[in-house]
Design a protein around this ligand. Structure first.
Ligand SMILES: C[S@@+](CC[C@H](N)C(=O)[O-])C[C@H]1O[C@@H](n2cnc3c(N)ncnc32)[C@H](O)[C@@H]1O
Length: 450
């Protein structure tokens, strides 16, 4: 023991990984020390150097890996060591699924003190090229215009020619745009000097309809050489359906300003299970559409709605779940705080000839606090930070028979379940892999009123 403590004090020690942190780093425990070590798998032994010490944990760096797990694979992406986007590429896909299952279990045990059976995780049909939305940031590198993602733990953009998990057309369209802008001597916007123009490019694809939207985000309403650039892009990529120029003055939100359609209709469609969905630049749409089909199928099966049910789909986006469930229930109320998403949801309701969905643009908590309707089921599918406390308070007052919680962040799910478990039995926890190669995991949880 003393020997081990000495090694920790000396900042270099030998240890074996026994667990994973939420983001897939190996966890080594020595005495009361918890050390997070990137790029180390469960069971692997290594000599590790402490690089950072916090109150409750330390961060380590592998000096030499002594043993190698049979689950270790060579990352497929050339940018794995630089880009922070995919954290699990060094794990076999089978092991990525094990890590995510463990992540959900750990969160529920540690945060909500729930010791439940967790269903086997539903694997992804595609381990790469599954994302229907690619977003890259621009930067200046001397005379060159570059675009890609942030280098891990820095504010520096690295040039990424091809992202492994994005649909390939998105990659090529964005690189074409970069080359065109470079040829016309455009500069990336620099938030410090406040000079330059281009900020981001986003490509969204309806993978089941083959429709493509390009969004060019800049710091200015003016788009110099707009016609030439649009024409050249369309010549090179005949499958682009619409191009939008978005002028954003926000340093925090990608789309924090005004959109202007510069080619096509300004939206695309996608299809899920014979339902058509219109998608605009600002509205949320699941980024792994192949898995979204499974997610929605499973979620509706788990909820097991009844014909007479009144359902609230809080955080409804463009109305996907509302519309998919609508034929099985009496009425669905869909709420989202993004105006464009609700406009899309209303159009989608008409497109799919649904007569029992009502869509409301409002904060979910305000809507529920003021609603006089006694819902049979409430579906929640919030962003990563989970449910706001005023929404949970309103939920406890409404007290529906069932809550279906679709979560993309186990720690906020666990925090919210900790409060809800007083009133509800957690009857099912089903993880779904929507984001292969990354540590993110989606979870469907069914809560039944006690
Ligand atoms: C994870 S998405 C889920 C969307 C939809 N259920 C789907 O599967 O496509 C979360 C949605 O919550 C919306 N949202 C975020 N905060 C909200 C709030 N306070 N009230 C209502 N909606 C909110 C976002 O606009 C987004 O559409």
């Amino acid at each position: 023991m003393n020997n081990q403590r000495n090694k920790i004090d000396q900042k270099i020690f030998k240890g074996k990984v026994v667990d994973y942190s939420h983001d897939g780093r190996g966890v080594i425990k020595i005495n009361k020390n918890v050390i997070f070590v990137p790029n180390l798998l469960i069971g692997e032994e290594a000599t590790v150097k402490i690089t950072k010490e916090n109150k409750n944990f330390k961060i380590g760096q592998v000096q030499e890996r002594i043993t190698t797990s049979s689950e270790r694979v060579v990352p497929k992406c050339q940018y794995f060591d630089l880009c922070g986007g995919c954290q699990l590429q060094h794990m076999s896909y089978k092991h990525q699924l094990e890590m995510k299952h463990l992540r959900v279990k750990n969160a529920l045990q540690h945060i909500s003190k729930l010791y439940l059976k967790i269903d086997p995780i539903i694997p992804s049909s595609y381990e790469t090229k599954y994302r229907n939305k690619i977003q890259m940031s621009f930067s200046n590198n001397g005379k060159d215009l570059i675009c890609g993602f942030y280098k891990q733990k820095t504010q520096n953009i690295i040039q990424i020619n091809e992202c492994l998990i994005e649909h390939p057309e998105g990659n090529t369209i964005i690189q074409s745009l970069r080359k065109l802008l470079q040829s016309y001597k455009f500069k990336a916007y620099d938030p410090i000097s406040k000079k330059g123009w281009i900020k981001y490019a986003i490509v969204k694809k309806g993978v089941f309809t083959n429709q493509i939207m390009l969004i060019i985000v800049s710091n200015d309403k003016m788009f110099r050489k707009e016609k030439q650039i649009v024409n050249e892009l369309l010549q090179r990529h005949k499958n682009i359906n619409t191009i939008i120029h978005h002028n954003s003055n926000s340093n925090y939100h990608t789309l924090g300003g005004e959109s202007r359609v510069i080619y096509g209709e300004g939206y695309i469609y996608d299809e899920i299970k014979n339902y058509k969905f219109r998608i605009t630049p600002e509205s949320f749409y699941q980024v792994n559409p192949y898995q979204a089909v499974k997610l929605y199928d499973e979620a509706i099966k788990v909820l097991n709605p009844k014909k007479g049910d009144l359902v609230l789909d809080a955080y409804c986006g463009v109305g996907t779940i509302s519309l998919l469930i609508s034929k099985k229930v009496h009425k669905v109320f869909g709420v989202d705080n993004i105006k464009e998403a609700i406009e899309d949801a209303k159009v989608n309701s008409k497109l799919n000839e649904s007569s029992n969905c009502e869509f409301i643009c409002e904060k979910a908590s305000i809507y529920l606090e003021n609603s006089k309707i006694k819902f049979n089921s409430i579906i929640v599918d919030p962003p990563r930070d989970g449910l706001k406390s005023n929404f949970i308070n309103a939920l406890i007052i409404n007290l529906p028979e069932k809550i279906l919680y679709i979560s993309c962040e186990p720690s906020s799910l666990a925090r919210d379940l900790k409060q809800l478990k007083k009133y509800y039995i957690i009857s099912k926890v089903l993880p779904v892999d929507m984001f292969s190669q990354t540590y993110h995991v989606e979870t469907i949880t069914l809560l039944i009123r006690k």
